[in-house]
Design a protein around this ligand. Structure first.
Ligand code: FAD
Length: 322
C-alpha cells in the first residue's frame, strides 16, 4: 500500500514543500493504515536524506544520480522506485519540477493523476480537494480507482518536524542513458538577483496603494529597517516597478513566511491564494472593508504614507521623503 513522497530540491537545498509533503503523506498513510516512504533523487543525497528523516517517516530512499533536476532522470527513477515499492500513492510537490515529471510517471504507470491538491482524504477512495476559478470555489474530486499520483500545492500543509528514526537506503537505479534527452548546462538568475521570496521568513509586501513608483523607497526603507524581504501584488509587477520574481499570488509565488505585512493590498483572491499560508498576517489599508482584513491577524486601518514612516522610525530607521 505504501505512500511514496518525492522531495524537491534546488541549488543544493531542499525546498520547504518537501517537508509539507511529509505531513500530507503521513496523514494519507494513517488514513490508509500504511507506511510513509520518502525519496530524494540527487548527486548529493546524504544530507538531504538526513534532513528528510523526520518524525512520521518510515523509510528514506536515495537515488544517487545527477546534480540538478532532469526530466528524464526523474521520470525514470520515480517510475522505477514506485514500481519497486508497489506504492499505492505517489505524492509529489505541485512545483515546476513536480509538474514536469508527475504526468510522465502517471502515464508510464497508467495511473490517474490529480494535480494541485490542497486537501486529501482516503477511506478506500481518494478524495482530492482542489481550488478553481482563481480560488473562488473548492472542488472535491473522487479518484475512485488507484493506485494514484497526486501533486500537492505548497503552503497548504504544515512542514513535518522532529527527528525520525527511519532507515535510509540507496535505491539501485541505473538510468537508460539513451533516454535522457536533455542536460542542464547552467543557471541564469532572472531580474531581482538571487532573492527567492518563497524562502523569506518576513515579507513586506506592497500593493497598488503605493500609487507611484517614486514612492517605493518608502517601503524599501521599511524593508531595510526591519531586515525583511520585499514582495508585491501583481499590479506592481505589471507596472514593471518590481521584477516578476517578487510577485505573490496565484500567477506569482506561493509564500509561507512567519510574518507577511501587506501594505496597500486589497486582498483579492488571486493574491490571497499565494500568501494565506503565512503564520502571521498584518495588513495596513485605508479601507476598513478591504478583504485582506478578513484573513489578517493584525490590522491597521490607516494611510500607509503615515503608518509606514512611523514604523520605520520605530525600527530605528529614517523615513525618506517621498
Ligand atoms: P488593489 O486591489 O487596487 O488594492 C489596493 C489597496 O490599497 C486597496 O485596498 C486600497 O484601499 C488600498 N490603499 C489605497 N491607498 C492606500 C493608502 N494610502 N494607504 C493604505 N492603503 C491604501 N494578483 C496578485 O497580487 N497576484 C497574483 O498572482 C495574481 N494573479 C492573477 C491571476 C489572474 C488570472 C487574474 C485574473 C488576476 C490576478 N491577480 C493577481 C490580480 C488580482 O485580481 C488583483 O487585481 C490584485 O491582486 C490587486 O492588487 P492590489 O491589492 O495591489 O491592488
Amino acid at each position: 500500500m505504501t505512500v511514496l513522497a518525492v522531495a524537491d530540491h534546488r541549488r543544493g537545498e531542499l525546498r520547504d514543500v518537501s517537508f509539507e509533503l511529509l505531513t500530507a503523506g503521513r496523514e494519507l498513510a494513517d488514513a490508509a493504515d500504511t507506511e510513509l516512504h520518502v525519496a530524494v533523487v540527487s548527486g548529493e543525497t546524504e544530507t538531504f536524506a538526513d534532513e528528510l528523516n523526520r518524525e512520521g517517516v518510515d523509510a528514506v530512499h536515495t537515488v544517487d544520480y545527477g546534480e540538478e533536476f532532469n526530466h528524464d532522470v526523474y521520470a525514470q527513477a520515480v517510475t522505477a522506485l514506485t514500481e519497486d515499492l508497489d506504492a499505492e500513492f505517489l505524492l509529489v510537490p505541485n512545483s515546476v519540477n513536480g509538474l514536469d515529471y508527475a504526468p510522465a510517471v502517471a502515464t508510464r504507470l497508467d495511473r490517474p493523476y490529480a494535480s494541485d491538491a490542497v486537501g486529501l482524504a482516503y477511506d478506500g477512495t481518494l478524495e482530492v480537494t482542489r481550488e478553481m476559478y482563481g480560488s473562488k470555489v473548492e472542488t472535491t474530486v473522487d479518484v475512485t480507482e488507484g493506485p494514484y499520483v497526486v501533486s500537492i500545492r505548497s503552503g497548504e500543509w504544515p512542514p513535518a518536524e522532529g527527528v525520525g528514526e527511519a532507515e535510509i537506503s540507496a535505491f539501485d537505479f541505473a538510468p537508460d542513458e539513451d533516454a535522457i534527452g536533455s542536460t542542464v548546462r547552467g543557471f541564469e538568475e532572472v531580474g531581482g538577483g538571487d532573492v527567492d521570496i518563497s524562502d523569506a521568513d518576513f515579507l513586506v509586501s506592497i500593493g497598488r496603494g503605493i500609487e507611484e513608483e517614486e514612492n517605493l523607497p518608502l517601503v524599501e526603507a521599511l524593508v531595510e529597517a526591519t531586515g525583511a524581504t520585499l514582495s508585491s501584488s501583481r499590479p506592481i509587477v505589471d507596472n514593471e516597478w518590481l521584477p516578476k520574481n517578487r510577485q505573490v499570488g496565484q500567477s506569482g509565488k506561493h509564500v509561507t513566511p512567519d510574518v507577511y505585512l501587506a501594505i496597500g493590498i486589497s486582498g483579492a483572491v488571486q493574491h490571497v491564494a499565494g500568501m494565506k499560508g503565512a503564520e502571521t498576517i498584518i495588513a495596513i489599508n485605508t479601507d476598513p472593508n478591504a478583504p485582506i482584513f478578513d484573513i489578517a491577524d493584525y490590522g491597521v486601518v490607516g494611510d500607509l504614507f503615515e503608518v509606514v514612516p512611523a514604523l520605520i522610525e520605530e525600527f530605528g530607521g529614517e523615513p525618506p521623503s517621498v
